[in-house]
Design a protein around this ligand. Structure first.
Ligand SMILES: Nc1ncnc2c1ncn2[C@@H]1O[C@H](COP(=O)(O)OP(=O)(O)OP(=O)(O)O)[C@@H](O)[C@H]1O
Length: 280
């Protein structure tokens, strides 16, 4: 189930695990994810060395930084897909396996199940939640309504465009009502019309549900547009270069990108980014 981004069964941590970590489970108010002393190496390359970060609850955080600095590595470690060498990552004091997590991969073609119709792809994770049939159906109905889907959900993935497949994979990640959603370059391979549609719908759902979200994007406009906070990373060994708040009203659309607030935040982000990439 890890590839689906859902850690299940939910809330079934062994009691001794919870007790063992209890004294280290304090977290600042308003923070959802606390990362302390995170270290990760690949062969000789140190990606993270004693890295600390607090991620606010119910906010959308975009992760932006130099090529290869470890953006995907970071969200994969937080999501529990990739082990860290040392350090601690807690969700309001809980482990990843005690948290409902959704994950949307860049490569939707490998993420959707080709043998299932769109509707069955989307509802797939529900079988692992302890929900009545009525509750399962109401989850599906709520999701369909939020996304206002025009797509024929009886189709198989091979009968859908790339954008439609990614829509299915986003809806599948959201059907479990995740506490935390991870998106790794979710729109990078899609046409602009679909990107605008998905950005708009996803924003609406995430803000309605107050889902804590971590988005990796190579597109600085997108990173700023969708974010409550833009987390700018340094080159390796990776640290936080700057954390820029962006709190203009939602919904944010293409028109937002020509406002002074957007341009100021993007300019600052670009300055920090360029300073980092020019470092030897
Ligand atoms: N499984 C692995 N084994 C060895 N090296 C790895 C592995 N996964 C990632 N790396 C290396 O670790 C570094 C960080 O990778 P990661 O994909 O997290 O960076 P990123 O910031 O997301 O990259 P990009 O900007 O290219 O998307 C890169 O140099 C990458 O080559």
């Amino acid at each position: 189930m890890r590839t689906m981004g859902t850690h299940l069964p939910i809330g079934t941590a062994a009691p001794e695990a919870a007790d063992a970590g209890a004294s280290h489970r304090w977290y600042p108010k308003g923070t959802h994810i606390t990362i302390r002393g995170l270290t990760k190496r690949f062969q000789d390359a140190t990606i993270y060395d004693n890295f600390d970060l607090d991620i606010p609850k119910g906010k959308i955080v975009s992760v932006f930084g130099p090529n290869g600095c470890g953006k995907s590595t970071l969200i994969n470690m937080i999501a529990g897909i990739l082990p860290c060498d040392s350090g601690q990552i807690l969700f309001e004091g809980k482990e990843a396996r005690e948290t409902r997590i959704g994950y949307v991969f860049q490569n939707y073609r490998e993420a959707v199940f080709p043998w299932l119709r769109a509707i069955d792809n989307i509802r797939y994770p529900l079988q692992y939640l302890n929900l009545s049939k009525v509750e399962q159906q109401s989850r599906m109905d709520r999701l369909m309504e939020s996304f206002d889907v025009k797509l024929d959900l009886q189709r198989y993935p091979y009968q859908m465009s790339g954008g439609q497949q990614q829509l299915v994979s986003i809806m599948r990640a959201l059907v479990v009502d995740p506490e935390v959603l991870f998106l790794d370059e979710p729109f990078s391979a899609l046409d602009y019309e679909m990107v605008m549609f998905l950005r708009e719908r996803l924003q609406k759902v995430l803000v309605e549900r107050r889902t804590t979200t971590l988005l990796v994007s190579h597109d600085l406009d997108e990173a700023v547009l969708l974010a409550d906070e833009v987390l700018l990373l340094t080159k390796r060994p990776t640290r936080v270069a700057e954390n820029l708040p962006f709190d203009v009203a939602r919904p944010r659309t293409a028109d937002t990108t020509i406002t002074p607030a957007f341009i100021a935040t993007k300019t600052r982000a670009l300055d920090v980014f360029q300073r980092e990439v020019r470092k030897p």
